[in-house]
Design a protein around this ligand. Structure first.
Ligand code: NAG
Ligand code: NAG
Ligand code: NAG
Ligand code: NAG
Length: 366
């Protein structure tokens, strides 16, 4: 299929404008150059395909002889996508130890090692030092409701250790407030932004766009608060669509478009959507929650995320951290109030996120 000249023009403008802008903000330590070259390659690949049909485009790209060999890159990108899709293959274990009078329960999680994708992709739980290395010098923003706050706790636990996190826990859990910190040893800046409604996330995106300055890694997600306080899935859907529109200018180029009947995938910046957890209605801790946060309402809210094409599995820009799937895998014993889960669930999500970052940067820790 041939694209019209106008679309070429728009595309070229997008690439020229947004790719450098998108890349300017990325500085994930060791991976810096890899991120850079990955994004650059995509630009070049798109450029090369377009060049014959759009002569002036060639002004922006180096001669094709300097390109890396395409076949390997195509192969590795296929591989990357299959690895991304296996990332949630995680199982939880409860080991009851009843050898004593006291019953102590120890929970653990791991990737399902009978899964071929998991084996091939060599996912790994990152150690403190690997994670520090990966995030050294970067700026991470986590924005959303209480689920997002729990995600911050797990990320900081990994980077700072349990003792340190106890020290900051008080600040972090001040109700309904933002939290800013730097992990000094690795110069990582982390902002938690209390954004209970999707419209708060949209405002944040607009702010980043206006300042032309955005984090290296975004983790955003709001839903539960809205469900409790607004309880209207249609309205939620409208907000989610607006959020999606506000994200688009932050992306280097349209995530996917067709060229010669072949989809061309362009990697977006490192943005994650934190899905809503499984709700266990019978143990929600207030009457109001039990009345409003029903399974039917959960599905009505969740449907909006797919309908609005916000997440990648459904053609959108954000990588889904599927807390629903993880929390239901951990199960009833992992939550006291039916909506906030034990740290282990968010810990798994943190490792999924870090592995996604590694995959995106085409890098393995040795
Ligand atoms: C038995 O209980 C003690 C503390 O009450 C604990 O330190 C020990 O690890 C327990 N042993 C087993 C096998 O669970
Ligand atoms: C972080 O990166 C800087 C240089 O970019 C390096 O000097 C420092 O040792 C790194 N820190 C860690 C903990 O990796
Ligand atoms: C979030 O959005 C709501 C509704 O638009 C607004 O009332 C509230 O002040 C915002 N909260 C924050 C923290 O920005
Ligand atoms: C949700 O909000 C819309 C208006 O935005 C309204 O038309 C609709 O009736 C509401 N739905 C419910 C179930 O209240």
């Amino acid at each position: 299929m041939m694209l019209g000249a106008v679309q070429f023009g728009v595309l070229a403008a997008c690439i020229v404008l947004f790719v450098p802008m998108g890349m300017a903000g990325w500085h994930l330590s060791r991976n810096k150059m890899l991120f850079f070259s990955g994004a650059l390659f995509i630009t070049l690949a798109v450029g090369v395909h377009l060049t014959p049909y759009f002569p002036s485009f060639s002004a922006f790209i180096p001669s094709s002889s300097s390109l890396p060999s395409s076949p390997t890159v195509v192969a590795s990108s296929v591989n990357r996508d299959s690895c991304i899709s296996s990332l949630h293959e995680i199982e939880f274990h409860n080991q009851d130890s009843r050898n004593n009078d006291s019953t102590s329960e120890k929970k653990s999680w791991k990737w399902v090692d009978s899964n071929k994708g998991v084996v091939d992709c060599e996912f790994q739980k990152l150690s403190k030092s690997d994670a520090s290395d990966l995030l050294n010098g970067s700026w991470v923003v986590v924005a959303g409701d209480s689920q997002a706050r729990l995600m911050v706790v797990s990320l900081l636990e990994l980077l700072m250790g349990l003792d340190e996190i106890e020290r900051v826990r008080g600040d972090l859990f001040k109700r309904h407030s933002d939290y800013h910190t730097t992990v000094d040893v690795i110069g990582m800046k982390l902002d938690f932004i209390w954004a209970p409604y999707v419209s708060n996330l949209t405002d944040l995106m607009v702010e980043f766009r206006e300042k032309r300055y955005h984090p290296d890694v975004f983790v955003i997600g709001s839903g539960l608060w809205d469900m409790l306080h607004v309880n209207n899935a249609t309205d939620y859907g409208v907000s989610v669509s607006r959020l999606k529109d506000s994200l688009m200018p932050l992306l280097p180029v349209t995530p996917e478009f067709e060229f010669e009947d072949r989809p061309v995938v362009v990697r977006s910046p490192l943005m994650f959507w934190l899905g809503m957890p499984t709700l266990i209605n019978s143990i929600l801790n207030t009457e109001e929650k039990r009345a409003k946060m029903t399974d039917a309402m959960w599905y009505a809210y969740d449907e909006q995320i797919y309908k609005s094409k916000l997440v990648r599995n459904f053609g959108g820009p954000l990588f889904l951290l599927d807390i629903h799937y993880l929390s239901s895998g951990c199960g009833r014993t992992c939550t006291v109030d039916g909506m906030h889960y034990d740290g282990i669930v968010y810990e798994a999500a943190v490792h999924i996120m870090l592995n996604a970052l590694l995959i995106e940067s085409q890098q393995r820790l040795s």
